[in-house]
Structures are given as C-alpha cells and as structure tokens.
Design a protein around this ligand. Structure first.
Ligand code: AMP
Ligand code: ZN
Length: 110
C-alpha cells in the first residue's frame, strides 16, 4: 500500500535489522522504545488493524516470533507485555504487535 511506512519497510525502502522474519511476518525494533526490548511484529501483507486480520497463519507466525524474542532476551521471570492498538487507537494503520519487556512481575495492564 502507498503511504504506509510499514509497507515501505516490507519493500526494503527503509532498511531495518530484522529480529525475526518468516514467510508471513517481519519484526524490528521500535524507533521509540519504552523498554530494553521493544519489538514490533508486522504482517508482510498490508492489514490495517487487528479487526481486519483473518489469516491464522499470520497469527501463528507472530506467536512464533514473539516466543523466539522472549526466549532470546530471557524475559520469562522478568515480565513482558504484548500490546496491539486497534479500532482507531493505533497511530500506524498497518497491523503491528508490540512486544515490550522487561516489565517486572505483576505489572499493571498499562
Ligand atoms: P501504535 O501507536 O500502536 O500505532 O504504534 C506505532 C509504533 O510504531 C510507535 O511505537 C512508533 O514508535 C513506531 N514506529 C513508527 N515509525 C517507525 C519506524 N520507522 N521504525 C520503527 N518503529 C516505528
Ligand atoms: Zn502497510
């Protein structure tokens, strides 16, 4: 899609070090991290928001990617959050899952 910054990342027009990559998704560091680990997982296909996601293969790829980054960064026992802003709450209208950690144990929802 034109005028979508995450589609530009998928096309390679904005270079990124990918933390995870498979046939369905890419993951890269958020440019404004709110914790030591702040990785965004996006589908390669332009999907505007979570309410427009119907492909379970994409969800499965995101699950695998998140679990890999959680393990690599030793986040079990330290706390992490997975956040998806949707329904117009998102700033970027290309679906993305935020993985944020460490958040500490028993952290509040927001
Ligand atoms: P949201 O409010 O859920 O739409 O979050 C959008 C996120 O994308 C924010 O955390 C931004 O810091 C992040 N972001 C925006 N542009 C880029 C970029 N070029 N590379 C990495 N992260 C970005
Ligand atoms: Zn897009």
């Amino acid at each position: 899609m034109t005028d979508c910054i995450f589609c530009e990342i998928v096309k390679g027009d904005i270079p990124k070090d990918f933390r995870f990559k498979d046939e369905n998704v890419l993951a890269f560091d958020d440019i404004h991290p709110v914790a030591k680990v702040h990785v965004l997982f996006i589908p390669k296909e332009h999907i505007a928001a979570f309410e427009n996601l119907f492909d379970d293969a994409i969800l499965s790829s995101i699950r695998k990617g998140i679990q890999k980054i959680v393990e690599q960064n030793d986040l079990v026992g330290k706390g992490y959050k997975i956040i998806v802003n949707g329904g117009g709450g998102q700033v970027i209208n290309h679906l993305h899952f935020h993985l944020i950690g460490p958040t500490g144990l028993h952290a509040p929802v927001v």
